[in-house]
Design a binder for this molecule. Structure first.
Ligand SMILES: Cc1cc2nc3c(=O)[nH]c(=O)nc-3n(C[C@H](O)[C@H](O)[C@H](O)COP(=O)(O)OP(=O)(O)OC[C@H]3O[C@@H](n4cnc5c(N)ncnc54)[C@H](O)[C@@H]3O)c2cc1C
Length: 614
């Protein structure tokens, strides 16, 4: 047993007795020490020009690491996994440090564009579109919120792609999951939806007493405005509020690098090459068969490697469409002006859906004593750094004429003690790219007061964006048009949800502390009277940002890019396994649905080659 395995097992034990304060501190120390030690990740296979494999998987993220590791369970298959980045750094492994990963070498550091007149509080209408560039992809730098979506999401998928209904995908949600929360497991209604034997570790560790008290306060306030409290957000009740579960446990992030690649790395038929950036798929012009990929190794050497059976693209919702278009698969109106030969005209890059959000900031208690909670952030090194609550709700959807049984809004709240203003300013400017006026008005509110930053997320936008090529140079970043609010009904629903959440100031705790909604300086809304309908409409339009869930750019379905078995139309030997295949964005965060896609894809591929694996 190596040191990491031993330490992980030990941490698991300590997690179960973590109410004892000195043990908790010991746990944090160990979490940090094992993250710093860079052992346990797969070593990089030295790829050579002309090498051949059975399957080549491009991108080791939520979808790619999962499908590659599962395919390598068949000993006869030689599986190559190519990843443009390297190992996850310590800040990825330590659960509380995710915010420090933006703009590092582990981030693609893309910028997304808003349409003119939308999101004017972002200089130039630009939003930083962080994507993980390392083993585990965005599962290694995301914010670790655990969400599956609701049954209706997948039943709707199955209307365009058979075999993706809830009952089928639930099997894979359970297959991937190692639920460690005793509260969920001890309730029979909830427990039956969960599993304790999958690779992705899920927890909701008890926080310190100060955080717990704050969580209670916020959840009570939610109840007062009519959002009921539920045991968990992935249980039988599809609307309601709770503390979320997280994709970490035992002081360590459970990315797909951790959950799938580390356990599979010693298989003799499994090869992982890091710092290997694929520029295009090699397609035989006579047969339209994908037979390999062109790869840039260590930013210097360009080589071709070959796939006897299939190439699987798992580069994510931004890079998979980019690679396809550079390979001649995509809309002719984009490829032809760039002098790319069109092999097949498919709606690649279209149908981009994302969860946009509008932040609301509420002031809480005033006084230096509220700064105390910031001290406790350090004590949550192995867990979540702030008190955090999430809720799923269905606000009046008359504008949508929507009868579907699913939530249409998610809220995500982080509570920050007073005097964290410099950190708020940093996050607001550097991570999200709001302008100075906006960020100063937010951080100023926190100098003497604690604040709640409540993001109101639109779960099922009708608007669509698009990923386009900037040029035919594979090293140029693509154009990412988020397309928010192209359909005005999305504005209507968000305004309605924002107004609903404003009622928090009427609840007992918020009243007691004299809570106010912070008047953020939103560009474009200067002349409007605060609190009017016109004001909130302007606020929603111009303070919008991205929760970083782009999906759907290579959608599954008859009008899309892949069929229900994820095979690219008109091309043999080419599949897509990542968030880009989602025909509709689910009711919640997108990491776990993407891992589910990886699990199901692996089984479908095994079936297609007559290996049944259930
Ligand atoms: C900052 C952030 C916070 C988020 N928070 C949450 C959250 O709290 N909960 C949640 O559920 N979801 C969250 N998400 C979303 C979720 O993580 C993603 O939807 C999911 O990881 C997407 O998986 P994927 O496989 O499609 O892409 P990725 O996981 O991004 O994987 C793509 C992989 O392909 C590699 N790649 C790309 N191009 C190439 C190339 N040309 N050659 C070789 N390799 C390449 C990339 O480096 C990457 O490793 C967040 C995302 C981000 C970025």
């Amino acid at each position: 047993m190596n040191l990491n395995v031993f330490v992980n097992n030990f941490l698991g034990f300590i997690q179960s007795v973590r109410d004892i304060p000195w043990l908790r501190w010991f746990l944090r120390f160990l979490a940090l020490s094992q993250a710093i030690e860079p052992v346990g990740w797969p070593t990089s296979f030295p790829l050579k020009d002309g090498d051949s494999f059975d399957f080549i998987v491009v991108g080791a993220g939520s979808g790619g690491a999962t499908v590659a590791a599962r395919l390598s369970e068949i000993p006869q298959w030689k599986v190559l996994l190519l990843e443009a980045g390297g190992d996850p750094p310590a800040a990825s492994v330590i659960p509380s440090l995710f915010a420090t990963l933006a703009h590092t070498e582990s981030d693609w550091d893309y910028t997304a564009q808003l349409d003119e007149g939308i999101g004017q509080s972002h200089p130039g209408g630009k939003i930083f579109m962080t994507r993980g560039k390392m083993l585990g992809g965005s599962s290694s730098n995301n914010y670790e919120i655990y969400a599956r979506g609701v049954p209706e999401d997948y039943n709707e998928w199955s209307e365009v792609a058979s075999g993706w209904d809830w009952n089928t995908v639930l099997y894979y949600f359970k297959k991937l999951e190692r639920m460690t929360d005793p509260v969920v497991l001890s309730n029979p209604y909830n427990a039956k939806l969960h599993s304790t034997s999958g690779p992705v570790a899920i927890s909701r560790p008890k926080a310190n007493a100060v955080f717990e008290k704050i969580n209670e306060r916020v959840l009570n306030a939610y109840e007062e405005i009519g959002i009921k409290r539920v045991l968990e957000n992935n249980g039988p009740e599809i609307v309601g509020a709770s503390r979320p579960h997280f994709t970490f446990a035992d002081g360590r992030r459970s990315s797909t690098a951790e959950a799938y690649l580390r356990p599979a790395q010693d298989r003799p038929n499994f090869f992982v090459t890091k710092f290997a950036r694929v520029t295009n798929v090699l397609i035989d012009p006579l047969t339209n068969r994908a037979h390999g990929v062109r790869v840039m190794i260590n930013s210097s050497e360009k080589i071709d490697v070959f796939a006897n059976m299939e190439v699987i693209l798992s580069a994510g919702s931004i890079d998979t469409p980019k690679i396809l278009m550079l390979s001649g698969i995509g809309p002719s109106e984009i490829l032809e002006p760039l002098h790319i030969n069109v092999i097949t005209d498919l709606p690649v890059g279209k149908n981009l859906q994302d969860h946009s959000y509008t932040p609301l900031v509420f002031t809480g208690q005033r006084g230096i004593q509220t700064a105390i909670q910031n001290v406790f952030v350090a004590s949550e090194l192995d867990a979540y750094p702030t008190p955090t609550q999430t809720s799923f709700l269905k606000v009046n959807s008359s504008h949508y004429n929507d009868r579907r049984e699913k939530p249409n809004i998610q809220t995500f709240n982080i509570h920050v003690g007073a005097t964290a203003a410099p950190i708020i300013l940093y996050g607001c400017r550097t991570i999200i790219n709001y302008d100075e006026d906006y960020c100063f008005s937010m951080s100023k509110a926190n100098i003497y007061n604690e604040i709640d930053v409540t993001s109101v997320l639109l779960l099922h936008p009708l608007s669509r964006g698009q990923v386009k090529l900037r040029s035919n140079n594979p090293f140029d970043a693509p154009i990412i048009e988020l397309g928010y609010y192209r359909n005005k009904k999305d504005v209507d629903l968000t305004v309605e949800a924002v107004k609903f959440m404003l009622r928090l100031t009427e609840t007992s705790y918020y009243q007691k502390v004299g809570s106010k909604v912070v008047k953020l300086k939103v560009k474009g809304c200067e002349g409007l009277e605060y609190g009017t309908d016109a004001y909130w409409r302007c606020y929603v339009v111009n303070s919008v940002s991205s929760i970083l869930h782009p999906v759907g750019t290579c959608a599954m379905g008859p009008d899309g890019v892949v069929d229900e078995r994820l095979r690219v139309y008109n091309i043999k030997g080419l599949r897509i396994v990542d968030a880009s295949i989602m025909p509709l964005i689910p009711s919640g965060n997108t990491n776990i649905p993407t891992i589910m896609i990886g699990e199901k894809a692996a089984d479908m591929i095994k079936e297609d080659y007559n290996f049944t694996w259930r």
